[in-house]
Design a binder for this molecule. Structure first.
Ligand code: TMP
Length: 216
């Protein structure tokens, strides 16, 4: 069965990755490619219920291990119900965050460690690894300011993970950079501090090589 292409978008809060994912999705559909856009935590009706528990600002007592397992519970559901069937049908799957987020937020910033994250990943994702991961990078202050403006505008109550210490977000950003150094073939860092149009161009360039492989 021909497999599609699995592209993930990563980055700290307020990086603009979700906007870029939507722009890319539209562009690929314009080229008559079948596209699935999905997001984590969420992506499925069950995943969205788990997302509410994870991000509700009232759930301050949620412990790091429960946080980790709930991220993977939402992901397992998304992998089974949406991502694997779409890949099997030859779709380009664009996923807003995936296991790299868990490596960075729970593994590095919460301090649970990389090994534990990979261990649960083996159960939840069963070897599914993105073909390409785009880390949209912005400095912490710019990103948090954008995220807070968005939360106020939408009166979002899913802000628990937008309210961590600056030290937490410094670890997040450093861990993304480390990931790109460790896996340079899969993980590409894109400077998200530029104009939206320039970021869009960089994203388009980055997807050309895997797209050619898909279309070959
Ligand atoms: P979002 O704002 O991109 O929708 O992401 C929601 C929050 O969840 C964001 O602060 C990052 C966090 N997160 C983790 O901590 N671990 C994960 O595995 C995922 C997918 C998200």
């Amino acid at each position: 069965m021909k497999r599609g292409l699995f592209i993930t978008f990563e980055g700290p809060e307020g990086s603009g990755k979700s906007t870029q994912l939507r722009i890319l999705g539209k562009r690929l559909r314009g080229k008559n490619l079948p596209v699935l856009e999905t997001a984590e935590p969420g992506g499925t009706p069950i995943g969205l219920q788990i997302r509410r528990v994870l991000l509700d600002a009232k759930n301050q007592e949620l412990c790091p291990t429960a946080e980790l397992l709930l991220m993977f519970a939402a992901r397992a559901q998304n992998v089974d119900q949406a991502i694997l069937p779409a890949l099997a049908a030859g779709h380009v799957v664009l996923c807003d965050r995936f296991t790299d987020s868990t490596l960075v937020y729970q593994g590095a910033a919460r301090g649970l460690g990389t090994e534990l994250v990979y261990e649960v990943d083996r159960i939840a994702c069963r070897g599914l690894v993105p073909d390409l991961t785009l880390v949209i990078d912005v400095d912490i202050e710019t990103g948090l300011a954008r995220a807070h403006r968005r939360n106020q505008r939408t009166q979002d109550s899913e802000t628990r993970l937008d309210e961590q210490s600056l030290e937490f977000y410094r670890k997040v950003r450093a861990a993304y950079q480390q990931l790109a150094e460790d896996e340079p073939r899969r993980v590409k860092v894109i400077d998200g501090s530029r104009e939206e149009e320039d970021v869009k161009k960089a994203v388009w360039e980055a997807v050309q090589a895997p797209l050619q492989t898909l279309l070959a």
